[in-house]
Design a protein around this ligand. Sequence first.
Ligand SMILES: Cc1ncc(C[n+]2csc(CCOP(=O)(O)OP(=O)(O)O)c2C)c(N)n1
Ligand SMILES: [Mg+2]
Length: 363
Amino acid sequence: MIFEALDPRKGKQLQLLNEKGKLSKDADKYPLMSNDVALKALDILITARAADDWSVSLQRQGRMPTYPPNKGQEANTIGSLLALNNDDWFVPAFRELGGVLTRGIPLKNWYMYYYGNEEGNRLEIEKYHTLPQCVPIASQYLHSVGLAYAEKFKGSKRLAIAFVGDGGTSEGDFHEALNFAGVWNTANIFYIQNNQFAISVRREFQTASKTLAEKAFAYNIEGVQIDGNDMFAVYAATKMAADKARSGNGPTLIEGVTYRLGAHTTADDPTRYRQDDEVEKYLQFDPLIRLEKYLIDNKLIDENEIEKKKKEAKDYVTEEFKVVEDMKDHTLEDTYIYMYKEMPEILKMQMKSQMEFIKEVEK
Ligand SMILES: Cc1ncc(C[n+]2csc(CCOP(=O)(O)OP(=O)(O)O)c2C)c(N)n1
Ligand SMILES: [Mg+2]
Protein backbone atom coordinates (compact mmCIF):
# COMPACT_ATOMS: atom_id res chain seq x y z
CA MET A 1 0.00 0.00 0.00
CA ILE A 2 2.10 2.90 -1.31
CA PHE A 3 -0.39 5.55 -0.26
CA GLU A 4 -1.31 4.01 3.09
CA ALA A 5 -0.20 7.06 5.11
CA LEU A 6 -2.39 9.27 2.92
CA ASP A 7 -5.72 7.50 3.40
CA PRO A 8 -8.45 10.00 2.44
CA ARG A 9 -10.90 8.16 4.72
CA LYS A 10 -8.75 9.35 7.62
CA GLY A 11 -8.95 12.94 6.44
CA LYS A 12 -5.49 13.01 4.86
CA GLN A 13 -4.67 15.27 1.92
CA LEU A 14 -1.22 15.62 0.38
CA GLN A 15 0.17 19.13 0.19
CA LEU A 16 3.89 19.80 -0.31
CA LEU A 17 3.97 23.45 -1.41
CA ASN A 18 1.74 25.77 0.61
CA GLU A 19 0.06 29.01 -0.51
CA LYS A 20 3.12 30.99 0.57
CA GLY A 21 5.27 28.98 -1.81
CA LYS A 22 7.06 27.10 1.00
CA LEU A 23 7.80 23.38 0.85
CA SER A 24 6.64 21.33 3.83
CA LYS A 25 9.25 19.94 6.22
CA ASP A 26 8.72 16.36 5.15
CA ALA A 27 8.62 17.16 1.42
CA ASP A 28 11.86 15.27 0.76
CA LYS A 29 10.13 12.01 1.66
CA TYR A 30 8.36 12.36 -1.69
CA PRO A 31 9.65 12.41 -5.28
CA LEU A 32 10.17 16.13 -5.85
CA MET A 33 10.36 18.02 -9.12
CA SER A 34 13.91 19.06 -9.98
CA ASN A 35 14.59 22.76 -10.51
CA ASP A 36 14.56 22.25 -14.27
CA VAL A 37 11.20 20.51 -14.16
CA ALA A 38 9.76 23.21 -11.87
CA LEU A 39 10.89 25.89 -14.35
CA LYS A 40 9.37 23.93 -17.21
CA ALA A 41 6.12 23.68 -15.26
CA LEU A 42 6.13 27.46 -14.87
CA ASP A 43 6.64 28.00 -18.62
CA ILE A 44 3.75 25.71 -19.50
CA LEU A 45 1.48 27.22 -16.87
CA ILE A 46 2.16 30.72 -18.13
CA THR A 47 1.35 29.64 -21.69
CA ALA A 48 -1.83 27.81 -20.65
CA ARG A 49 -3.00 30.83 -18.66
CA ALA A 50 -2.32 33.19 -21.55
CA ALA A 51 -4.09 30.85 -23.99
CA ASP A 52 -7.14 30.71 -21.72
CA ASP A 53 -7.34 34.46 -21.16
CA TRP A 54 -7.00 35.09 -24.88
CA SER A 55 -9.71 32.53 -25.73
CA VAL A 56 -12.21 34.14 -23.39
CA SER A 57 -11.44 37.53 -24.88
CA LEU A 58 -11.77 36.11 -28.43
CA GLN A 59 -15.12 34.59 -27.59
CA ARG A 60 -16.34 37.96 -26.31
CA GLN A 61 -15.19 39.50 -29.58
CA GLY A 62 -17.22 36.91 -31.50
CA ARG A 63 -14.09 35.24 -32.86
CA MET A 64 -14.14 32.00 -30.84
CA PRO A 65 -17.12 29.68 -30.25
CA THR A 66 -17.75 28.10 -26.83
CA TYR A 67 -14.56 27.60 -24.85
CA PRO A 68 -13.92 25.80 -21.49
CA PRO A 69 -11.26 27.65 -19.47
CA ASN A 70 -8.88 25.68 -17.23
CA LYS A 71 -7.77 28.76 -15.31
CA GLY A 72 -6.76 27.93 -11.73
CA GLN A 73 -6.66 24.17 -12.36
CA GLU A 74 -3.56 23.97 -14.54
CA ALA A 75 -1.23 22.37 -11.97
CA ASN A 76 -3.30 19.18 -12.03
CA THR A 77 -2.58 18.37 -15.63
CA ILE A 78 0.88 19.94 -15.93
CA GLY A 79 2.33 18.38 -12.77
CA SER A 80 0.93 14.96 -13.54
CA LEU A 81 2.04 14.78 -17.16
CA LEU A 82 5.51 16.01 -16.22
CA ALA A 83 5.80 13.01 -13.89
CA LEU A 84 5.11 10.52 -16.70
CA ASN A 85 6.89 9.27 -19.79
CA ASN A 86 6.00 10.86 -23.08
CA ASP A 87 4.75 7.57 -24.45
CA ASP A 88 2.37 6.86 -21.59
CA TRP A 89 -1.22 7.21 -22.74
CA PHE A 90 -2.81 10.56 -22.02
CA VAL A 91 -6.60 10.38 -22.04
CA PRO A 92 -8.09 13.82 -21.53
CA ALA A 93 -11.63 15.02 -21.01
CA PHE A 94 -12.00 18.54 -22.45
CA ARG A 95 -10.42 20.89 -19.89
CA GLU A 96 -6.86 19.58 -19.92
CA LEU A 97 -5.05 22.33 -21.81
CA GLY A 98 -2.11 22.22 -19.35
CA GLY A 99 -1.62 18.54 -20.11
CA VAL A 100 -1.96 19.06 -23.84
CA LEU A 101 0.83 21.65 -23.79
CA THR A 102 2.99 19.50 -21.50
CA ARG A 103 2.72 16.68 -24.03
CA GLY A 104 4.13 19.02 -26.65
CA ILE A 105 0.91 19.17 -28.68
CA PRO A 106 0.81 22.51 -30.50
CA LEU A 107 -1.58 25.05 -29.02
CA LYS A 108 -2.84 25.45 -32.58
CA ASN A 109 -4.51 22.02 -32.34
CA TRP A 110 -6.34 22.96 -29.17
CA TYR A 111 -7.48 26.25 -30.67
CA MET A 112 -8.57 24.54 -33.90
CA TYR A 113 -10.81 22.14 -32.04
CA TYR A 114 -12.56 24.86 -30.06
CA TYR A 115 -12.77 26.98 -33.18
CA GLY A 116 -14.83 24.19 -34.72
CA ASN A 117 -12.11 22.71 -36.91
CA GLU A 118 -12.17 18.96 -36.28
CA GLU A 119 -8.67 18.52 -37.68
CA GLY A 120 -7.39 19.95 -34.39
CA ASN A 121 -8.52 16.79 -32.65
CA ARG A 122 -6.67 14.46 -35.01
CA LEU A 123 -3.38 13.88 -33.21
CA GLU A 124 -0.50 11.76 -34.44
CA ILE A 125 -0.86 8.81 -32.13
CA GLU A 126 2.73 7.53 -32.28
CA LYS A 127 4.04 11.01 -31.57
CA TYR A 128 1.72 12.11 -28.78
CA HIS A 129 0.07 8.99 -27.34
CA THR A 130 -2.90 11.21 -26.62
CA LEU A 131 -6.56 10.53 -27.26
CA PRO A 132 -8.81 13.24 -28.72
CA GLN A 133 -10.65 15.74 -26.52
CA CYS A 134 -13.61 13.91 -25.07
CA VAL A 135 -16.79 15.82 -24.27
CA PRO A 136 -19.18 12.92 -23.40
CA ILE A 137 -18.55 12.96 -19.67
CA ALA A 138 -16.49 10.05 -18.23
CA SER A 139 -16.62 7.88 -21.37
CA GLN A 140 -12.85 8.37 -21.73
CA TYR A 141 -12.28 6.51 -18.45
CA LEU A 142 -13.34 3.27 -20.09
CA HIS A 143 -11.10 3.94 -23.06
CA SER A 144 -8.15 4.38 -20.72
CA VAL A 145 -8.77 0.99 -19.10
CA GLY A 146 -8.93 -0.57 -22.56
CA LEU A 147 -5.57 1.00 -23.39
CA ALA A 148 -3.93 -0.15 -20.16
CA TYR A 149 -5.38 -3.63 -20.61
CA ALA A 150 -3.95 -3.81 -24.12
CA GLU A 151 -0.53 -2.72 -22.83
CA LYS A 152 -0.68 -5.38 -20.15
CA PHE A 153 -1.59 -7.95 -22.76
CA LYS A 154 1.45 -6.88 -24.79
CA GLY A 155 3.67 -7.04 -21.70
CA SER A 156 4.68 -3.37 -21.91
CA LYS A 157 5.35 -0.94 -19.05
CA ARG A 158 3.32 1.81 -20.63
CA LEU A 159 0.52 3.15 -18.45
CA ALA A 160 -2.58 5.25 -19.08
CA ILE A 161 -3.59 8.40 -17.23
CA ALA A 162 -7.17 9.58 -17.69
CA PHE A 163 -8.84 12.76 -16.48
CA VAL A 164 -12.39 13.40 -15.39
CA GLY A 165 -14.18 16.16 -13.50
CA ASP A 166 -15.89 15.88 -10.11
CA GLY A 167 -19.24 15.69 -11.91
CA GLY A 168 -17.94 12.85 -14.05
CA THR A 169 -17.61 10.65 -10.96
CA SER A 170 -21.42 10.44 -10.87
CA GLU A 171 -21.48 8.77 -14.29
CA GLY A 172 -21.75 4.99 -14.67
CA ASP A 173 -18.71 4.92 -16.97
CA PHE A 174 -16.50 6.16 -14.14
CA HIS A 175 -17.50 3.23 -11.93
CA GLU A 176 -17.37 0.65 -14.70
CA ALA A 177 -13.85 1.76 -15.55
CA LEU A 178 -12.65 1.49 -11.95
CA ASN A 179 -14.33 -1.84 -11.60
CA PHE A 180 -12.52 -3.33 -14.59
CA ALA A 181 -9.21 -1.78 -13.63
CA GLY A 182 -9.52 -3.28 -10.15
CA VAL A 183 -10.29 -6.73 -11.49
CA TRP A 184 -7.60 -6.67 -14.18
CA ASN A 185 -5.01 -4.84 -12.06
CA THR A 186 -4.19 -2.59 -14.99
CA ALA A 187 -1.58 0.20 -15.08
CA ASN A 188 -4.09 3.06 -14.85
CA ILE A 189 -3.94 6.40 -13.13
CA PHE A 190 -7.40 7.86 -12.71
CA TYR A 191 -7.15 11.58 -12.12
CA ILE A 192 -10.15 13.57 -10.93
CA GLN A 193 -9.98 17.32 -11.36
CA ASN A 194 -12.29 18.27 -8.53
CA ASN A 195 -12.89 21.90 -9.44
CA GLN A 196 -15.94 22.01 -7.12
CA PHE A 197 -18.52 22.38 -9.89
CA ALA A 198 -20.24 20.44 -12.63
CA ILE A 199 -21.47 23.46 -14.58
CA SER A 200 -23.63 25.05 -11.83
CA VAL A 201 -23.92 21.96 -9.60
CA ARG A 202 -21.71 22.13 -6.54
CA ARG A 203 -19.61 19.17 -5.52
CA GLU A 204 -21.72 18.50 -2.38
CA PHE A 205 -24.91 18.13 -4.44
CA GLN A 206 -23.12 15.64 -6.65
CA THR A 207 -22.35 12.87 -4.17
CA ALA A 208 -22.67 12.20 -0.44
CA SER A 209 -19.13 10.77 -0.29
CA LYS A 210 -16.87 12.83 1.94
CA THR A 211 -14.11 12.70 -0.67
CA LEU A 212 -14.05 11.57 -4.28
CA ALA A 213 -10.80 9.68 -3.69
CA GLU A 214 -12.44 7.24 -1.30
CA LYS A 215 -14.67 5.89 -4.08
CA ALA A 216 -11.63 3.89 -5.22
CA PHE A 217 -11.60 1.59 -2.21
CA ALA A 218 -14.87 -0.08 -3.22
CA TYR A 219 -12.96 -1.44 -6.25
CA ASN A 220 -9.92 -2.45 -4.19
CA ILE A 221 -7.96 0.42 -5.72
CA GLU A 222 -6.00 2.95 -3.67
CA GLY A 223 -7.36 6.48 -3.63
CA VAL A 224 -5.46 9.58 -2.60
CA GLN A 225 -6.57 13.18 -2.21
CA ILE A 226 -4.09 15.92 -2.96
CA ASP A 227 -3.97 19.69 -3.17
CA GLY A 228 -4.43 20.05 -6.90
CA ASN A 229 -3.14 23.62 -6.89
CA ASP A 230 0.21 22.44 -5.60
CA MET A 231 2.43 21.48 -8.54
CA PHE A 232 4.78 19.56 -6.23
CA ALA A 233 2.01 17.41 -4.72
CA VAL A 234 0.55 16.65 -8.14
CA TYR A 235 3.95 15.65 -9.50
CA ALA A 236 4.84 13.53 -6.45
CA ALA A 237 1.51 11.68 -6.26
CA THR A 238 1.54 10.92 -9.98
CA LYS A 239 5.15 9.75 -9.90
CA MET A 240 4.37 7.39 -7.01
CA ALA A 241 1.26 6.08 -8.75
CA ALA A 242 3.27 5.59 -11.96
CA ASP A 243 6.07 3.65 -10.24
CA LYS A 244 3.46 1.51 -8.55
CA ALA A 245 1.62 0.83 -11.82
CA ARG A 246 4.81 -0.03 -13.70
CA SER A 247 5.86 -2.49 -11.05
CA GLY A 248 2.58 -4.36 -11.50
CA ASN A 249 0.87 -3.05 -8.38
CA GLY A 250 -2.16 -1.73 -10.18
CA PRO A 251 -4.19 1.42 -10.57
CA THR A 252 -4.49 4.51 -8.38
CA LEU A 253 -7.19 7.14 -8.15
CA ILE A 254 -5.94 10.67 -7.50
CA GLU A 255 -8.37 13.41 -6.53
CA GLY A 256 -6.84 16.82 -7.14
CA VAL A 257 -8.76 19.37 -5.10
CA THR A 258 -8.82 22.58 -7.07
CA TYR A 259 -11.13 25.44 -8.04
CA ARG A 260 -12.45 26.63 -11.37
CA LEU A 261 -11.61 30.34 -11.38
CA GLY A 262 -13.36 30.90 -14.70
CA ALA A 263 -16.80 30.02 -16.01
CA HIS A 264 -17.76 26.44 -16.92
CA THR A 265 -17.55 27.55 -20.52
CA THR A 266 -17.88 30.92 -22.17
CA ALA A 267 -21.60 30.07 -22.61
CA ASP A 268 -22.05 29.97 -18.82
CA ASP A 269 -22.72 32.83 -16.39
CA PRO A 270 -21.35 31.71 -13.01
CA THR A 271 -22.65 34.84 -11.23
CA ARG A 272 -26.04 33.09 -11.30
CA TYR A 273 -24.86 30.37 -8.92
CA ARG A 274 -21.81 31.66 -7.02
CA GLN A 275 -20.73 34.93 -5.44
CA ASP A 276 -17.70 36.88 -6.63
CA ASP A 277 -16.24 36.86 -3.11
CA GLU A 278 -15.97 33.08 -3.29
CA VAL A 279 -13.80 33.42 -6.39
CA GLU A 280 -11.79 36.17 -4.65
CA LYS A 281 -11.12 33.78 -1.77
CA TYR A 282 -9.77 31.12 -4.10
CA LEU A 283 -7.45 33.52 -5.91
CA GLN A 284 -4.99 33.14 -3.02
CA PHE A 285 -4.70 29.42 -3.85
CA ASP A 286 -3.79 30.08 -7.49
CA PRO A 287 -1.18 27.50 -8.54
CA LEU A 288 0.68 30.06 -10.64
CA ILE A 289 1.24 32.52 -7.79
CA ARG A 290 2.43 29.72 -5.53
CA LEU A 291 4.92 28.33 -8.03
CA GLU A 292 6.24 31.79 -8.83
CA LYS A 293 6.84 32.48 -5.12
CA TYR A 294 8.73 29.22 -4.73
CA LEU A 295 10.92 29.83 -7.76
CA ILE A 296 11.65 33.46 -6.82
CA ASP A 297 12.42 32.61 -3.17
CA ASN A 298 14.82 29.92 -4.31
CA LYS A 299 16.47 32.34 -6.75
CA LEU A 300 15.67 30.18 -9.75
CA ILE A 301 14.05 33.10 -11.55
CA ASP A 302 13.22 36.76 -10.85
CA GLU A 303 10.12 38.88 -11.33
CA ASN A 304 11.40 40.57 -14.48
CA GLU A 305 12.08 37.26 -16.16
CA ILE A 306 8.58 36.09 -15.27
CA GLU A 307 7.05 39.26 -16.72
CA LYS A 308 9.05 38.72 -19.89
CA LYS A 309 7.78 35.15 -20.17
CA LYS A 310 4.19 36.36 -19.74
CA LYS A 311 4.60 38.89 -22.50
CA GLU A 312 6.14 36.31 -24.83
CA ALA A 313 3.30 33.90 -24.03
CA LYS A 314 0.73 36.52 -24.94
CA ASP A 315 2.41 37.10 -28.30
CA TYR A 316 2.68 33.36 -28.89
CA VAL A 317 -0.99 32.59 -28.20
CA THR A 318 -2.10 35.51 -30.34
CA GLU A 319 -0.04 34.24 -33.27
CA GLU A 320 -1.22 30.65 -32.84
CA PHE A 321 -4.84 31.72 -32.93
CA LYS A 322 -4.27 33.92 -35.97
CA VAL A 323 -3.04 30.87 -37.88
CA VAL A 324 -6.20 29.00 -36.90
CA GLU A 325 -8.47 31.88 -37.79
CA ASP A 326 -6.84 32.22 -41.19
CA MET A 327 -7.38 28.55 -42.10
CA LYS A 328 -10.10 28.46 -44.69
CA ASP A 329 -10.11 24.79 -45.51
CA HIS A 330 -12.50 23.36 -42.94
CA THR A 331 -16.20 23.04 -43.46
CA LEU A 332 -19.25 22.34 -41.37
CA GLU A 333 -19.53 18.87 -42.94
CA ASP A 334 -16.25 17.89 -41.21
CA THR A 335 -18.15 17.67 -37.93
CA TYR A 336 -20.18 14.85 -39.44
CA ILE A 337 -17.80 13.04 -41.72
CA TYR A 338 -15.28 11.99 -39.06
CA MET A 339 -17.81 10.09 -37.01
CA TYR A 340 -18.37 6.92 -39.05
CA LYS A 341 -16.80 5.34 -42.11
CA GLU A 342 -20.21 5.43 -43.73
CA MET A 343 -22.54 8.11 -42.49
CA PRO A 344 -25.80 6.72 -41.05
CA GLU A 345 -29.12 8.09 -42.31
CA ILE A 346 -29.83 9.92 -39.06
CA LEU A 347 -26.60 11.93 -39.34
CA LYS A 348 -27.25 12.64 -43.03
CA MET A 349 -30.59 14.09 -42.00
CA GLN A 350 -29.03 16.18 -39.24
CA MET A 351 -26.36 17.49 -41.55
CA LYS A 352 -28.91 18.43 -44.20
CA SER A 353 -31.11 20.28 -41.75
CA GLN A 354 -28.14 22.13 -40.27
CA MET A 355 -26.99 23.20 -43.74
CA GLU A 356 -30.46 24.47 -44.53
CA PHE A 357 -30.60 26.33 -41.24
CA ILE A 358 -27.23 28.00 -41.87
CA LYS A 359 -28.32 29.00 -45.39
CA GLU A 360 -31.48 30.48 -43.92
CA VAL A 361 -29.70 32.57 -41.24
CA GLU A 362 -27.02 33.72 -43.66
CA LYS A 363 -29.60 35.08 -46.13
C1 LIG B 1 -22.66 12.21 -20.92
C2 LIG B 1 -22.79 13.69 -20.84
N1 LIG B 1 -23.78 14.24 -20.11
C3 LIG B 1 -23.89 15.59 -20.01
C4 LIG B 1 -23.02 16.40 -20.65
C5 LIG B 1 -23.14 17.92 -20.56
N2 LIG B 1 -22.04 18.41 -19.71
C6 LIG B 1 -20.96 18.99 -20.25
S1 LIG B 1 -19.83 19.44 -19.07
C7 LIG B 1 -20.82 18.88 -17.84
C8 LIG B 1 -20.38 19.00 -16.41
C9 LIG B 1 -19.12 18.27 -16.13
O1 LIG B 1 -18.69 18.54 -14.84
P1 LIG B 1 -17.34 17.95 -14.31
O2 LIG B 1 -17.28 16.49 -14.58
O3 LIG B 1 -17.19 18.37 -12.89
O4 LIG B 1 -16.23 18.62 -15.23
P2 LIG B 1 -15.87 20.17 -15.37
O5 LIG B 1 -16.75 20.73 -16.43
O6 LIG B 1 -16.09 20.81 -14.04
O7 LIG B 1 -14.45 20.20 -15.78
C10 LIG B 1 -22.00 18.37 -18.34
C11 LIG B 1 -23.08 17.80 -17.49
C12 LIG B 1 -22.00 15.79 -21.43
N3 LIG B 1 -21.08 16.52 -22.06
N4 LIG B 1 -21.90 14.45 -21.48
MG1 LIG C 1 -16.07 19.96 -12.15
